[in-house]
Design a protein around this ligand. Structure first.
Ligand code: NAP
Ligand code: ZN
Ligand code: ZN
Length: 369
């Protein structure tokens, strides 16, 4: 049977036939409840599944948007919601058909745990743009158990090996967790728009995504300019690989860079003025949004018309590219700069994220669950 055929058979499995086990987790019960202890059901591994004991899970700003139902127009939240899609752990069971993993291996799971596998985008290895049934790691539709998928703020997860990544033993597992979302979400557009030597590249916002974007753009050989609203992040930005730092509230400093960028990656989580950045692009330059604020942003057409500029967006990355990114990080010694927290501190970490007070990714030690 083809891989796609197996998937169809899996989809037909009735929820009542599936064996499950329980795992401890943290969940939000509503948009305003915060996160608290919760017990969830995981399926027992099928032949193609691996069961992963989660060691670390990064805290992405998307977790906060989703928990608080800030994307209700596009992706309304189903409660209880167990977020977490930057997962690194140890394989504790590998099904009989699993080829890539054995018990004891370090493995990782990102933002998706399945997709249709047959549409043009899935076939092209761009599963994140699946036209049919992309299954997000949390707040997705669980095709096997029914109901909603639960993410990495939990003790374990069971995933088809086709959506599980290998992690080199050269990489520190805790610093690797954020690569599964913050890493791939910035690596993918920098690669797609061919950022490299001889180019001037802007990164907007020094948070989880932004700090990975600075590291990658620097590693790819570009001249990197970091835009920040936090002057106290300047020294860090230079240490992480920025060649210049611009405090974006300073209009005179912004004007100095007018019409000069080949590419700008915007990784800001809240409403801000996109026009100010479009004006910094040179002829045929592109600005790509990865940040996903709650509210839409107005665009002045003339900022695109003048100098034939493009405004684009980009979502995470496919499985093949995520593996490439992890292998690139192992080769170049790249991981995230993290602050480790216990799960009991997660609500406080969300409040700090809202203030831009993160250096530069919170990672949960899942042993604290
Ligand atoms: P984060 O760690 O909270 O970083 C966001 C940064 O944005 C802050 O550190 C701050 O940087 C800047 N910022 C915050 N509020 C701002 C404001 N009002 N005006 C200007 N700048 C502000 O968040 P993250 O986890 O990196 O995520 C960033 C965004 O990307 C979120 O919206 C998230 O949902 C989205 N995301 C998208 C994808 C995708 O596939 N496209 C994947 C993951 C995440 P400074 O202090 O340097 O100004
Ligand atoms: Zn994320
Ligand atoms: Zn598909």
């Amino acid at each position: 049977m083809t891989e796609a055929g197996q998937q169809t058979a899996a989809q037909k499995e009735t929820p009542s036939k599936v064996q499950t086990y329980t795992a401890k987790a943290y969940a939000a019960q509503s948009a305003s409840s915060g996160l608290a202890p919760f017990t969830l059901q995981r399926r027992s591994p099928r032949p193609q599944d691996v069961e992963i004991e989660i060691l670390y899970c990064g805290v992405c700003h998307s977790d906060l948007h989703q928990v608080r139902n800030e994307w209700k127009e596009v992706m309304p939240t189903t409660y209880p919601c167990v977020p977490g899609h930057e997962i690194v752990g140890r394989v504790v069971k590998a099904g009989s058909a699993v080829k890539k993993f054995k018990e004891g291996d370090i493995a990782a799971v990102g933002c998706m745990v399945d997709s249709c596998r047959v549409c043009a985008n899935c076939r092209a290895g761009e599963e994140q743009y699946c036209d049919n049934f992309l299954t997000l790691t949390y707040n997705g539709q669980d095709k096997i158990l029914g109901g909603v998928t639960y993410g990495g703020y939990s003790q374990s997860i069971v995933v088809d090996e086709a959506y599980v990544l290998r992690v080199s033993n050269k990489l520190d597992p805790a610093g690797t967790a954020p690569l599964l979302c913050a890493g791939i979400t910035t690596f993918s557009p920098l690669r797609h728009w061919k950022v490299g030597k001889g180019q001037k590249v802007g990164i907007v916002g020094l948070g989880g995504l932004g700090h990975m974007a600075v590291k990658f753009a620097h590693a790819f050989g570009a001249h990197v300019v970091l835009f920040t609203t936090s002057p106290n992040k300047t020294a860090d930005a230079l240490r992480l690989g920025a060649d210049e730092v611009v405090v974006s509230k300073n209009e005179a400093e912004m004007r100095k860079h007018a019409n000069s960028f080949n590419f700008i990656l915007d990784a800001v989580s809240a409403q801000h003025d996109l026009n100010a950045y479009l004006q910094l692009l040179k002829l045929d330059g592109t600005m790509t949004l990865v940040g996903a604020p709650e509210k839409p942003a107005p665009i002045a057409a003339f900022n695109l018309i003048m100098k034939r500029r493009s405004l684009a967006g980009s979502a995470i990355g496919g499985i093949r590219e995520t593996q490439e990114m992890l292998d690139f990080c192992a080769e170049h010694g790249i991981t995230a700069d993290i602050e480790m927290i216990r799960i009991q501190q997660v609500n406080e970490a969300y409040e700090r994220l809202l203030k831009g007070d993160v250096k530069y990714r919170f990672v949960i030690d899942n042993a604290s669950l």
